[in-house]
Write a protein that binds this ligand. Sequence first.
Ligand SMILES: Nc1nc2c(ncn2[C@@H]2O[C@H](COP(=O)(O)OP(=O)(O)O)[C@@H](O)[C@H]2O)c(=O)[nH]1
Ligand SMILES: [Mg+2]
Length: 312
Amino acid sequence: MTSLNFDKKGVPVTLLGLDQAGKTSLALRLVKGKWVDNTSPTIGVNFEIFRAGDTLLKLFDVGGHKVLRRQFWLNYAANSYGILFIFDASNRKRTEEGKEWFWYLINNLEIDRRIAFAFLANKADLNSMELDEIIEVLDLQKLSNFPKISFQIFEISVKTSMNVDNAMEWFTRKIQEYIKEQTVSPKGLIISSIFGNIKLFLDFSDVTSNLISVLDLLAKVYDDKNNTLREERVASIVSNYGQIVFQERGEIVISLITEPDDSQIEAQRLIEIIFNHLEKRESDSREELVDFITQTFKISDGNYKEIQEYKI
Ligand SMILES: Nc1nc2c(ncn2[C@@H]2O[C@H](COP(=O)(O)OP(=O)(O)O)[C@@H](O)[C@H]2O)c(=O)[nH]1
Ligand SMILES: [Mg+2]
């Protein structure tokens, strides 16, 4: 089993909430370690990225009637390890709106693994709703119907920093737990052109004996590329033999063969590491590339072979 490390890319988490709830202020507090009076609201920008330690924070403003954006941030939320949902507990006028977005998120979140969800009732320094009231008004008891969501509610003030550390401590501890659960066992890797010409085929676990099924799966993806590939040019196919996660960037396609129930997100992250390496080190020899791949996947010498004969 190869577990992934996030040293370079950071752990993706999503920060969601209505506009004015305190998302940018929280991100700035986490990044800079202090209160930043964020007087200029983010106009027109609905999506920003911050880095706090080894965590990548993706921020979304979800207010208003931006129906078209919903799918976009839902995808991000589903692909992250944790969600920080900021709720402005001082603004009773927008409670209903906040509640609506909250439940839209919970009801539409498609996850196949556990996710940490911190509900941050912000602005506790003002005359704000108490936790009991929030739980009641937002129907938070109903969250027990969602066992994959590990839910915790915190009364915080980004301004005074009240409880922010506690909330983040719980959140990062949960995320670390879930990351450990996420493993990918690469069985093979194929680098090819978008036209299907295979440039490199590494076999880590006797893929060769199932070569026909692997290539067959791959051919199906190529045949139906425009329908199969999602927005980010990623597809995945699962058969009883295994899963192929397939990503296209420029003229290159990388396909990672894994166990059928391995995490697609993790497989995708591994693929991206290889893509980034290819872009940075174009001049590398084939041996150097193979070394990089086997090291990244923690495959020891002699535990892989390069397949030369194939037909797609
Ligand atoms: N009193 C108080 N104001 C806050 C707190 N957190 C954020 N704010 C203010 O709320 C407003 C909206 O915050 P902002 O971070 O821009 O919200 P965003 O739209 O969710 O990014 C700003 O005027 C902040 O200074 C808090 O804990 N207490
Ligand atoms: Mg903002």
